[in-house]
Design a protein around this ligand. Sequence first.
Ligand code: SR1
Ligand code: MG
Length: 408
Amino acid sequence: MADYEFLSVAEVPAYLAAYPELAARIDVERIASVDEIGDGNLNLVFLVKDEAGRGVVLKQALPYVRMSGGSWSMTPERERHEVESLTAHRALVPDLVVEVLHHDEKRHIFAMEDLSDHSVWRPALNVGKVHNGVAERVGTYIGAVAFGTSLFALDRQQLADSQASAINPELCTITEDLVFTEPSVDAGRNAVLPANEADAAALSADTVFVDAMGRAKYWFMTCAEALIHGDLHTGSVMVRGAGDGTDADSVKVFDSEFAFFGPVAFDIGATWANYVLAASRAYALGEDARAEWALGLVEQTWRGFEDEFRRRWPERRDARVWRDTFLEERLAAWRAQSWLFAAAKMSRRIVGYAKVTDVETLPPDLREGAARGVLAAARAAVRVGPDTRAALFAQVCGGELVAHRTGR
Ligand code: SR1
Ligand code: MG
């Protein structure tokens, strides 16, 4: 039994009116619509509009995983992790992170700016939209967070306070299980098309892959480098713009409830995996040019990340020992780790719990090959040398996607 009240559509106007910081953003006497729009796996999300078109978004964490229907308990305190990380990240890159307007810790609710003139990037990709410049800006965000929330920017006490506040074991456990262990060791939550059962079995039997996942899980649980997003897939990014090959005019990262002090490369690998998933859909649909564009995003995110991290490097706290040689070492290590994290993130979305629409909404005859290609890409990614560049990662994955496509 929850010890707090769940928000309802009917209650939302009175809730907004009770908080001056919200009543200042929307006309609470003239609410035109309240819609529950949560389409993620976990939370309630309400979009509220007034008659003049102004809006706010309210998000409430439930004490369970929404997509489980209540059978899977989960701490609602995740809303605090989301608010604290969004606030810390926005302080570093204000243009690239959604604004938090209000926080109600007792009811695990917070309010955000209305981004309904944006689209979530994943569904935009799924319908063939091409917003340029997004991947690079996501890389800029990762680079800013990697530097600005880490020991390179914070003093010892700030770092300790931030690390202590960001301890997020329940959500980390979900990632540890779903992303690193369960793709190869089914805990009863995996599912694939009958035609892909042999592919899933081959993944489990691939000792090189399983060993690599063991290494990746170890890094995830031990490399407390920065206050990372923790779930940076294309469904955690909003984009605005025509989507016709021109530049996006706004990019906003959101949904960072999995934030904790973890490995910087986990966020990079998460984006790479999702670009491969987007490419798998495009190849399956015969849109090869768009698939190649999606694979090109891998290099763009890396470039945005590296440029931003290098830009901030002169501001580091102890240049006496963190010399430029150390910068080069870190970048090389992060690039190599990104490959493994990407492999983990690709495989979990095909085999495990919480799949993605990129592949799931394909007709089964096309889905079979897309799923097989992504699993083959994940297995290839863990076999490539640690010095390999981001662009080669994309090439290796693309080769597997093309080699395995079906239904043509
Ligand atoms: C039980 S939560 C399943 C997934 O939803 C979130 O979006 C995360 O990706 C998590 O792994
Ligand atoms: Mg999420």
